[in-house]
Ligand binder design. Structure first.
Ligand code: SF4
Ligand code: SF4
Length: 290
């Protein structure tokens, strides 16, 4: 079966988890975020997960080395999966979504009327492919690694048997709230709770003040794709827009590191270590400390 062959090939080339979502699971997604806006004949979305080593977070946990944890897997992996599909006669579109703010006033050029740059959400796709859930802090979590993974996506016209939506529990939400209490800017509300629904799966999440996160002194980076978009030749307007709308990578920030510590301590993920992640009291900086 194509799906089994694909999953076994993905493991051989260094992918830890693969999820398969039929395109129908994206029916609620607007055109500017929809994979079928990129490939109208798409039947299947393949989501790739690669574990980020826990050690990547060590320096920032100790407050001594700021290392970025990549949200997206390296393009060579989506390339290998696309090539695998194309060697079997199907088309494979390796997707490295760029934030739409790169084109703040995108003008449609295609007959579909959808403006570039279509930017599918990797996290939405990962839930749709049955790989995990969105945690209270609005970070994607898997039952294997919690928040410690990079994601990738390949869109294809090959039909494959879908993986079921994940029906387990990783985040214990209001029974935990470690992400809330470890944020020195109070950016995650424990009282204003919203339900995010993806492919029928409902997840209760705190409202996050992303404007505060942009000022986070506790380990936020610009999203890799946004970073590449940092303008050097753009107009002042575009620069301003990018600063206003910039996408963030929160994986190494205090809220997510607290989540890593909590999920390990309470045995909520399957990956085990011989020593705990959080060994010392975490450092904390407020906005006025920097
Ligand atoms: S990224 Fe920073 S400001 Fe935003 S919720 Fe996490 S710790 Fe708080
Ligand atoms: S820290 Fe706790 S409440 Fe927050 S996302 Fe992680 S498991 Fe959920």
């Amino acid at each position: 079966m194509l799906k089994d062959e694909l999953k076994s090939f993905a493991r051989e080339v260094g992918i830890d988890l693969v999820g398969i979502a039929p395109i129908e699971r994206f029916k609620d997604v607007p055109p500017e975020r929809h994979p079928a806006s990129i490939f109208p004949e798409a039947k299947t979305i393949i989501v790739l997960v690669q574990e980020i080593p826990r050690g990547t977070f060590r320096g920032i946990e100790e407050g001594t080395l700021w290392m970025r944890a990549p949200r997206q897997i390296a393009p060579r992996y989506t390339y290998r999966i696309a090539r695998f599909l194309e060697d079997k006669g199907w088309e494979g579109v390796p997707v490295a979504p760029l934030p739409p703010e790169r084109w703040p006033e995108g003008i449609p050029v295609a007959k579909s009327g959808v403006a570039p740059n279509v930017s599918p959400s990797l996290e939405y796709a990962a839930v749709s492919a049955g790989l995990g859930e969105i945690g209270f802090c609005r970070i994607f979590l898997t039952p294997q690694f919690g928040p410690r993974q990079s994601l990738g996506m390949v869109i294809t016209d090959a039909e494959m048997e879908p993986d079921p939506i994940f029906n387990g529990i990783v985040c214990d939400r209001e029974n935990c709230l470690e992400c809330v209490s470890n944020c020195s800017l109070n950016a995650i509300s424990k009282d204003e709770v919203e339900t995010i629904t993806i492919a029928g799966k409902e997840m209760r999440c705190g409202r996050v003040n992303f404007k505060a996160c942009k000022l986070c002194p506790q380990g936020v980076y610009l999203d890799e794709a946004s970073q590449r978009a940092t303008p050097t030749t753009s107009t002042d307007y575009l620069s301003k827009k990018i600063v206003e709308d910039i996408s963030l990578n929160r994986l190494t920030s205090a809220c997510v590191r607290a989540c890593i510590a909590h999920l390990e301590k309470t045995n909520r993920i399957t990956k085990k270590y011989n020593t705990p992640f959080r060994i010392r009291e975490p450092w904390k900086l407020g906005i006025f400390d920097v």
